[in-house]
Design a protein around this ligand. Structure first.
Ligand code: ZN
Length: 686
């Protein structure tokens, strides 16, 4: 492992800035810590609020991530308050947390890490705790004690597995006192603690020990195939992705009954090699390589025991069978080992492994699904390495359940912000790059949805996705170039959408074109183009959306952006109005046909939107000005003045209506038309 330390960067850093710098170096290396794992501390001399001089322990606060940690994420505690606790024999978690809170120098600082006492009881000024993959590959074996001694000699102590808290802190302190010239402490089946007089000493020791462990594993691996021979080869990329797109909605439907989840798909060659190996079925079911992962991955991934993944039917059967036995096992495990007074969290897997196809991970949105994904991408190499070294073994099931249902660990979940209205929902919008489409997309993203933006304009769609993702700071939107008129492109586009997020809950049929002309002058090509986009395009995309929604068996919502012209046609809008009328009538039929499976289909009928609209090109404006007998610069005003509320209609007004109809607030509405036209008497739906 390469050191990222820079003397130049660290030179002028003061105590807390130095620990932030070093923590970030550690956080930047995913082979050391992932997603909030690990912690760090520094002991300094300072003064309390009365001005009295005191020794201060600055410890990483609960819930922060080392990759992005900042000074505000460290909590200062009075060290002389904490040290006398070493004399006690026992302390409950609650009493310990309460005591720690009372020792905080800044009551507004975050809740200190559950491993605060461990840092307090160890004398060195700088302490770093990681869940380094290479170290865990050594500890996650039955002979860990012997192996640690073999790799690191006598100056590294191994503390037997103990759940973090008072007892572990005491055991670590005792190990430190007992071993002369100690340079680091390894926590069996958990991770590594390094320390030193300076941040650099502690950091260097982390890198050195991980490098030694990596070299040892590489040596042990030579000439071996730890996972056994390959039994199921990864299918060719196009084949496996097409199958993944077919199986994902079924999987999502099966595991979303309590709460919807979003899926992330992964199919790297090394992962496929691992999943397809002889021992994968057995070794993946042992446990996470550090208990810290339990909150995100649960004790085991679902291993779909399929013999012929190329056959969709056997894939479906294997998924159903494996999932049923997974849930039974999860319930049995809980019933057998549950601590007092807890209820089962969820019997569904967070990581799903399918030989030949790849891996799915789950979460409330794409960012959340990245967590079990990243953890598992580090888990399988640890399983392989531990198997090459000895045998893969983690903590017992009782210890696993104690950790998984430990209130101190689950406290972290309460730090998460409340979920938004469309959190856990997947939306696909056609014509997303246009004025109405992008306003709808922005509104869904703001409301927490994962959004698939489709449009024929690749550049504009990609730019919109980038803009939306930047605003939320995660990949919540994906751009797919798709012509709604092409059966092939629609198939490919919806397949890509499913691979992006795992399914579909809300479909917004929005793509449309306007080719104004009087009927006698209307060219056949304009007529056909209008029918093609506005009617056939709507049919093709709706068919694809319904197929996914039906495979999920979770119901769904379709909102069709049609036009006021369907209810009150205007002259010279023949091709537009007739094709949009076909779309509207199709939507009504869809409402009738799909109500029994919980899919609602509703429509909005906006009047002319000028702001950024692709429909209102210069030529359309000119044509409309002529049709209404008004000057060109009066067109917008004319449209605003003609409605009852005398108001212009904006794209965001349409988005409001669309989101309402798509939401649970409209749960009892289907087949309905919601006009968004400022009130037009002739366009009242009847
Ligand atoms: Zn830990």
């Amino acid at each position: 492992m390469k050191s990222l330390w820079s003397n130049k960067a660290a030179k002028d850093l003061s105590s807390i800035d130095l620990v932030v710098y070093t923590s970030r170096l550690i956080g930047a290396n995913t082979n050391l810590v992932l997603w909030g794992g690990g912690n760090s501390s520094i002991k300094t001399i300072g003064s309390d609020h009365t001005g009295k001089k005191c020794e201060i322990l600055w410890i990483k606060g609960s819930g922060s991530d080392m990759r992005t940690i900042a000074p505000k994420n460290f909590t200062p505690l009075r060290l002389q308050d904490l040290l006398p606790l070493q004399q006690r024999d026992a302390m409950t978690d609650e009493a310990m947390v309460d005591y720690q809170m009372k020792s905080m120098l800044n009551p507004k600082a975050p809740k200190p890490s559950i491993e605060t006492l461990l840092h307090a009881f160890l004398p060195p000024a700088h302490i770093y705790h990681t869940h380094a993959d290479a170290i865990c590959a050594l500890t996650d074996t039955p002979k860990s004690k012997k192996i640690i001694r073999e790799v690191f000699g006598k100056t590294v102590a191994l503390v037997s597995y103990t759940r973090p808290g008072f007892l572990l802190s005491k055991r670590v302190a005792e190990a430190y006192k007992k071993t002369p010239n100690i340079t680091a402490i390894i926590l069996d089946k958990h991770g590594l603690i390094t320390f030193g007089k300076t941040a650099k000493t502690a950091y260097d020791m982390t890198i050195k020990m991980v490098s030694q462990a990596e070299a040892y594993a590489a040596e042990k691996r030579k000439g071996k195939t730890p996972m056994g021979p390959l039994q199921i080869k990864g299918l060719p990329v196009n084949k496996r992705r097409a199958l993944a797109a077919m199986i994902a909605p079924i999987l999502r439907g099966e595991i979303s009954h309590n709460k919807h989840v979003v899926l992330r798909y992964e199919d790297t060659p090394t992962l496929l090699q691992f999943i397809g190996s002889e021992k994968a079925k057995k070794l993946t079911q042992i446990g996470p390589f550090t208990p810290d992962h339990l909150m995100h991955t649960r004790p085991w991934p679902l291993f779909v025991d399929v013999k012929d993944p190329a056959d969709l039917q056997s894939l479906k059967q294997a998924l159903h069978k494996s999932l049923t036995s997974y849930r039974k096992r999860a319930v049995d495990y809980f019933e057998r080992y549950k601590p007092e007074g807890v209820t089962i969290l969820d019997a569904n897997p967070r990581v799903i492994l399918i030989p030949g196809i790849g891996m799915f991970s789950t979460g409330k949105n794409r960012a959340a699904a990245n967590i079990p994904h990243d953890l598992y991408m580090h888990t399988y190499p640890v399983i392989e390495a531990a198997t090459a070294i000895d045998r893969y073994r983690t903590i017992s099931l009782k210890e696993t359940c104690d950790f998984e249902y430990w209130p101190m660990e689950n406290f972290k979940l309460t730090l998460l912000p409340p979920e938004k209205t469309f959190s856990r929902k997947i939306v696909l919008i056609t014509g997303a790059a246009g004025a109405i489409g992008s306003a709808i997309a922005s509104a869904f993203i703001e409301a927490g949805a994962c959004v698939v933006l489709t449009d024929i304009d690749e550049k504009k769609t990609c730019a919109l996705a980038d803009k939306l993702n930047e605003a939320v700071g995660s990949r919540q939107a994906v751009a797919i170039t798709m012509d709604v008129c092409s059966e092939h492109e629609v198939k490919r586009g919806f397949e890509a959408a499913v691979l992006a997020f795992g399914g579909l809950d809300i479909f917004i049929s929005n793509a449309g074109i306007a080719r104004p002309s009087s009927v006698d002058n209307l060219s056949l090509s304009d007529w056909e183009a209008s029918l093609s986009v506005n009617a056939t395009g709507h049919l093709l995309t709706s068919q694809a959306a319904l197929k996914i929604m039906k495979a999920q068996k979770l119901g769904g919502s379709i909102v069709v952006v049609t036009t006021k012209n369907v209810l009150a046609p205007g002259k010279d809008f023949g091709a537009y109005s007739a094709s949009k009328a076909a779309q509207t009538q199709l939507a009504r039929i869809m409402a009738i046909e799909n109500a029994s499976v919980g899919i609602r289909v509703n429509m909005v009928t906006p009047d002319g939107i000028f702001e950024g609209s692709g429909l209102w090109s210069q030529s359309v404006r000119e044509e409309r000005a002529e049709a209404h007998g008004i000057a060109l610069d009066e067109v917008e005003d004319f449209y605003a003045k003609r409605n009852l509320l005398q108001t212009p209609i904006y794209a965001r007004d349409v988005a409001e209506g669309v989101l309402f109809l798509a939401s649970e607030r409209a749960a009892k509405t289907t087949g309905a038309i919601l006009p968004i036209d400022g009130g037009l008497r002739e366009a009242f739906p009847r």
